[in-house]
Design a protein around this ligand. Structure first.
Ligand code: SF4
Length: 178
């Protein structure tokens, strides 16, 4: 797996101060995409153990609230497999911190068994997430007043209760403005 960028103190993609990794590769090609240079799976640099160690060191800092996965498309199947070791480390070593992910796939269509982005590691990744922001960016639905998402079709899914109940639970966005 390749990655295009890592932000060590990101406040735009999830609650608090977070480490964000923008992985390479996306087949959605949404018109108006904010990051088309990340569509190529060979863009950027190789994600290796040294990069992972740097990310984990940053996440360990007391002010850091956790990790955010973006792209590109973190849920392209090769990227799911590439991200799994990092997700496992954050989940196991920092249980008080959270993992957010952004995906152009639709959770209850593409990321379930039989879905086009479902593979042997998808459930483990989804179970590790606090929030999944799902759905493609739709330029006609762009709304700059929205927090943590670009267009109004995208959903902020609260994952622990969604996974437990089997029904989609959305985040209470009022909490974000406090
Ligand atoms: S899913 Fe994200 S990275 Fe991929 S084309 Fe759409 S906006 Fe761009």
């Amino acid at each position: 797996m390749n990655y295009c960028n890592i932000k060590n103190s990101d406040i735009a993609n999830g609650i608090g101060v977070r480490v964000s990794i923008f992985v390479a590769g996306c087949t959605h090609h949404c018109p108006g995409c904010f990051n088309p240079e990340t569509w190529d799976f060979n863009a950027g640099k190789s994600f290796d153990d040294a990069v992972m160690a740097q990310i984990l060191k940053r996440i360990a800092l007391p002010y850091c609230n956790g990790l955010t996965l973006l792209g590109g498309e973190p849920f392209e199947i090769p990227n799911q497999r590439g991200l799994l070791p990092l997700i496992r480390k954050v989940r196991d070593d920092f249980p008080d911190k959270t993992i957010w992910a952004y995906s152009g796939f639709i959770y209850d269509r593409d990321l379930i068994p039989g879905g086009r982005a479902y593979c042997e590691v998808t459930d483990e990744i989804l179970d590790a997430l606090a929030v999944l922001v799902d759905g493609p960016f739709v330029e006609s639905l762009k709304d700059v007043s929205l927090k943590f998402r670009g267009s109004s079709n995208q959903r902020l899914i609260e994952m622990p209760s969604t996974r437990k109940s089997g029904r989609i639970a959305l985040c209470d966005e009022a909490v974000f403005s406090n």
